[in-house]
Write a protein that binds this ligand. Sequence first.
Ligand SMILES: Nc1ncnc2c1ncn2[C@@H]1O[C@H](COP(=O)(O)OP(=O)(O)OP(=O)(O)O)[C@@H](O)[C@H]1O
Ligand SMILES: [Mg+2]
Length: 268
Amino acid sequence: MRTIVERHGGRLDKLAGAAAMAVFGVPHVREDDALRALRAATEIRDALAAAEPSMGAGSRCRIGVNTGLVLVGGADELAVGDAVSLAARLGEAAAPGEILVGAETLRLVGDAARCEPLEALRLRGVAEPVAAFRVVDLDRLASGAARRLHGPFVGRERELGWLRDAWHRSVQEPGCQLVTLLGAAGVGKSRLVAEVLAGIGQDALALSGRCLPYGDGITFWPLLEALAPVARAADRVLEWLESGSALIAEELFLEIRRLLESLAETGR
Ligand SMILES: Nc1ncnc2c1ncn2[C@@H]1O[C@H](COP(=O)(O)OP(=O)(O)OP(=O)(O)O)[C@@H](O)[C@H]1O
Ligand SMILES: [Mg+2]
């Protein structure tokens, strides 16, 4: 459990009897702490389920994940508060193999998790019934709340002009155009790119890859994501990217260049 929790950036805080508690966001808060906690929870559940043949049904764990304000302090940075006890209560209310989450956690994990509401729980020591949700499915690669990019597009004529200009130059002249779009979170970078792509989508093949915020062996992930849709032509490249096997970077990049060149022969 410790290995899994720490891989997701959390800390195993307490181990008592058959119960364990992990904390995410102490001492430093991240925007995806709730999602990290839920990823760790599903991994722990799956790892313990895999141990069932040797350990028996007792290895099926019950997990509660909750988010809220806590009091933190002391040398061991203990987290104390209602949010913590509620997590424990959710865990107690879960059936073996089940993960229950509170309302705030559900809100923060956004579209990455599919959850079904349970009847509000009446928990001892808590006056009001507490909303609880059962995790049905978790998309391990999803990045929380998905942005809606469908509303009417407003302004940005100048930026659109720059990007379309770069596109036309890359069609007319030899060589590549590299554009870096830099801006505050939520200012409209992805939307701008989507708008440009929508304009040239018929004329070109667009490949996209994104960097994951954390994880092992993810250096080449954006390339893998971008090239997977054209995998048939790229078997060797994909194999190299996936395995991260001992390879010379130059060799890999040369292969990728060849692949892109061969794609460019059949279309933009
Ligand atoms: N020019 C625009 N007209 C209409 N809506 C816009 C425009 N720019 C952004 N939006 C909307 O604002 C929201 C945030 O935009 P977007 O996801 O593109 O931001 P971002 O800069 O990529 O954010 P992040 O840094 O978090 O990736 C989206 O719902 C998007 O549809
Ligand atoms: Mg974006």
